[in-house]
Design a protein. Structure first.
Length: 60
């Protein structure tokens, strides 16, 4: 894997994870905004784990 692609993938993932992790505490549970924030947070975590897995596979 090209290092720049890995770094870009991690930045994109963290741009999803960090704001959502902060916003989830300010959303009222049960509202659509709360559900969308959780879905986006989960997608960010899955995306970041996928990038990390691909980088790990490429290095081994």
């Amino acid at each position: 894997m090209i290092p720049e692609i890995g770094r870009a993938g991690l930045r994109i993932g963290l741009m999803l994870i960090i704001p959502c992790a902060i916003m989830v505490f300010f959303q009222q549970p049960g509202t659509p905004a709360w559900a969308i924030t959780w879905i986006t947070l989960i997608m960010g975590v899955v995306f970041t784990l996928g990038v990390l897995l691909l980088a790990w596979i490429a290095n081994h």
